[in-house]
Ligand binder design. Structure first.
Ligand code: GRF
Length: 190
């Protein structure tokens, strides 16, 4: 059986695109069965549509716990084996983790545990590190604190800006995310 993957996105969705393409290859061990977002204007939703993959939007609510329950319910409807946060810029809460903890992974554009949070690339540059990179980890209740599954380093160049460094990290991030999803799909053996 092919591992059913739901991908959550907030933005342009280039990581999602890599997963859509890899999962659509003949003999792939996983398939992206749905894409979710909290933003109706996330370009990732258009990528899903182009790939013929269903999508859903759960807009953020003032009542964060209610939003968390609705997100968990929307994801559960897709019967996922694995959920991937690929540039999903919201933290999920207890209801989501109670349901999907241990099979919800995230990708971060820095070498955790250094530079967690929303500005990992900017913070790494500001600290003057010569090497940064990307981390794929299992999401827990903390901010980018979960069990690390894989990491890859990227050199910081002397003239790097946040944008140029982030773009080079994302090249590596796309490859690593696809690799980790393939490995987890094999392990889950669903
Ligand atoms: C990635 O670097 C991810 O780690 C970060 O946002 C970026 C998403 O890029 N949280 P994209 O929207 O998939 O192009």
């Amino acid at each position: 059986m092919v591992c059913r993957v739901v991908v959550l996105v907030s933005g342009t969705g280039t990581l999602l695109q890599s997963l859509l393409e890899s999962g659509a290859e003949p003999g792939a061990g996983f398939q992206v069965v749905a894409v979710g977002s909290e933003r109706a204007d996330a370009f990732g939703l258009e990528r899903a549509e182009r790939a013929g993959v269903p999508s859903f939007v759960v807009p953020m609510l003032a009542d964060r716990a209610e939003w968390d329950r609705r997100l968990a319910a929307a994801v559960a409807q897709c019967r996922p084996d694995l959920i991937v946060s690929a540039g999903f810029m919201k933290l999920v809460g207890p209801a989501f983790l109670a349901r999907f903890g241990g099979r919800f992974i995230n990708s971060h554009p820095a070498l955790l545990p250094s530079f967690p949070g929303m500005h990992g690339v900017r913070d790494a540059l500001a600290a003057g590190v010569k090497v940064s990179g990307t981390t794929i980890f299992m999401v827990d209740e903390g901010v980018d604190t979960g069990h690390i599954l894989a990491q890859r380093a990227v050199d910081v160049l002397p003239d790097d800006t946040e944008a140029t460094l982030h773009e080079r990290i994302k090249v590596v991030e796309r490859e690593l995310l696809v690799q980790v999803v393939n490995e987890l799909a094999k392990e889950s053996n669903v």
